[in-house]
Ligand binder design. Sequence first.
Ligand code: CDP
Length: 226
Amino acid sequence: MGALSAPPVIAIDGPTASGKGTVAALVAKALGFHYLDSGALYRLVALASEREGISSTNAYFLSKLAESMPVAFQGGQILLGEEDVSELIRTEAIGLRASEIAVHPELRQALVRLQHGFRQNPGLVADGRDMASVIFPDARLKVFLTASVAARAERRYKQLIAKGFSANMEDLLHDLKQRDARDSNRGSAPLVVAEGAKVLDTSDLSIDQAVKQVIGWYQSLAECAQ
Ligand code: CDP
C-alpha cells in the first residue's frame, strides 16, 4: 500500500509515563481514528512469556510466542485468549520485563505485522517508542511526547495508585531512569526523536492542552495537504 492511498497515521512516541497513551487515545477518539497501544503488545509478550517460563533473554522463543499469541483488543479490553489481562499487564514488574524483552530485534520483527494491521480507515493514532521511526515511517504527523523525570514519576505514581497497585516514589524514579536508559540505548529501534517529529513537552501542560496541540498540528497539516 503506497503512502498516498494508505490511511493516515499519527505517530506518538515518547519515554515511559510521558502521558502518550492517554493523549493518543483521546486524539484517536476526537478524530474517530483507530488506536494502537504498541506498548501493550510488548507487555502482553512479557506476561505470556513469564507464565510459560520463557527467559527474557530467549529471543527465539519470545518471537515464536509473539507470533502465535491469541491477542484481541475489544472495546477497552485487552484479551489473551479468553482472559481479560488489561489490568494485569499494567504492573511495573511487567513494564520492566517488557523493556527487557523489547531489546530483541527478532521479537520486534515478530510484532510488525500485528501493528500494521491496525492501520485502517479512517486513520490510526499509534503510540510507542518506534512508531514514527520504524513501524509507520510515512506517518502524516510525528509527535515526540515527553516530560521531566519528576513529572513522569508523579504521573506514574498516581496512575498505579488509582489502579489499586502499591507504589513507592523512590522505586518508581529508579525504574523510570532504568527503563529510559534501556529504551534509548538499545541497538534495535531505540527511542529517538524521529526526523520531522514535533516535540511536545507536557511537564506543564494538562492532558486537554496536549490533546488540543496534537489535533491542531494534525489539522494544519491536513489543510496544507488540500
Ligand atoms: O506505559 P509505558 O510508557 O511505561 O510503557 P509502554 O508504552 O506500555 O511500553 C512498555 C515497554 O515496551 C517500554 O518500556 C519499551 O521498552 C517497550 N516498547 C517498545 O520497545 N516499543 C514500542 N513501540 C512500545 C513499547
